[in-house]
Design a protein around this ligand. Sequence first.
Ligand code: V47
Length: 380
Amino acid sequence: MKSFAYASLDDSLATKLIARAGLADIDAKVKNGERLSFEDGVRLYETPQLAAVGLMAHRVRTQRHGRKAYFNVNQHVNYTNICIYSCKFCAFAAKEGEERGYLMTPEVVEQKVREQLHRPVTEVHMVAGIHPKMGYDYYLDVVRAAKRGRPEIHVKAFTMVEIDHILKISGKSEDEVFADLREAGLGSCPGGGAEVLVDRVHKAVFREKQGPQSWLDTARKVQRHGFKMNATMLYGHIERVEERVTHLMRLRELQDECGGFMAYIPLAFWPYHTDLENFGHVTTGHLDERSIAVGRLMLDNFPHIKAYWVMLTQESAQTALSFGANDLDGTVTEEKITHDAGTTEPQALTPDALQHLIRQAGYEPIQRTTVYEEVSAAPA
Ligand code: V47
């Protein structure tokens, strides 16, 4: 298939368009590999000229990744929805004793992984609520159970909220806990729980849960102990533009210090069945593309920008490949967090469907492992 016109827009024409949008100074910085400032980030979020922002992000994406677009074959296991916290954006959490509450035993986790043995799954993504009663060994056991079910699988598990909780209940030193997690089979950590790394948003929306500084401190611990991880931002609720940019600056600083982030993943907020249902709006393509593009431009030290189709929708995620994203995440299989909050997307996509989205946008689909090794070039 011929390249999608936008993706191969002549560079001098792009430069003119960006200058017409009043962003020539930012464009010059991007071209010279200069770091963008907080004020630049705010302008990128506020300019009405989204196409110009997208062109700059696309140029950076193309320099780094050419026409490659990654996906993986994975499965999600949300081992419990019972949670001590009541975050206003969350429709997934249940209280102990509530009818919709559930807790998987390690045996059930193993069974979930075994159920997918006929598919070429390389990753299990495990995140959950913070259960009031489960002890330290339970966390190690769910990781061990996944590995028992499929020994070669990469276990990407536990957000910084879970890691912080595990450290606190362990009664062990930080070194011992990370050694135990590694021995159990933990491979890396997902990027959830960051929400917006700003105190105002934390107080207003997820007051009881780990705050911005603790998320960053825990991420530092994880990376210093040699684990790779991702970083998310939950956007499209009460956060302000300046707060989104502050979030990005904080991630960029930590990446300078530790270098263990693989991908930045902006997550579009779904409001249904949450305490923000009457306040929030469903995500729009405009904000999705901008979130991806600004992430690509501000996070000059992040190798990958992921457009997570479950939250962005397939349409927005596919378009995001031309706005700075180079990854669509994976097949997913069984997702609860966004589905409880009303996403209109299916539970799973086949590798074929992901490759189709990528090819239709003019890119080359590449199956990857969790840590971005190429599994194999997809057949043409
Ligand atoms: O931390 C909760 C978010 C996250 C809602 O690292 C919501 O590869 C939208 O982090 N609407 C969990 N989002 C998911 C996550 C993730 C997903 C895919 C890949 C990776 C990765 C990480 O979901 C939570 C929270 O920020 N979330 N409720 C909601 N109503």
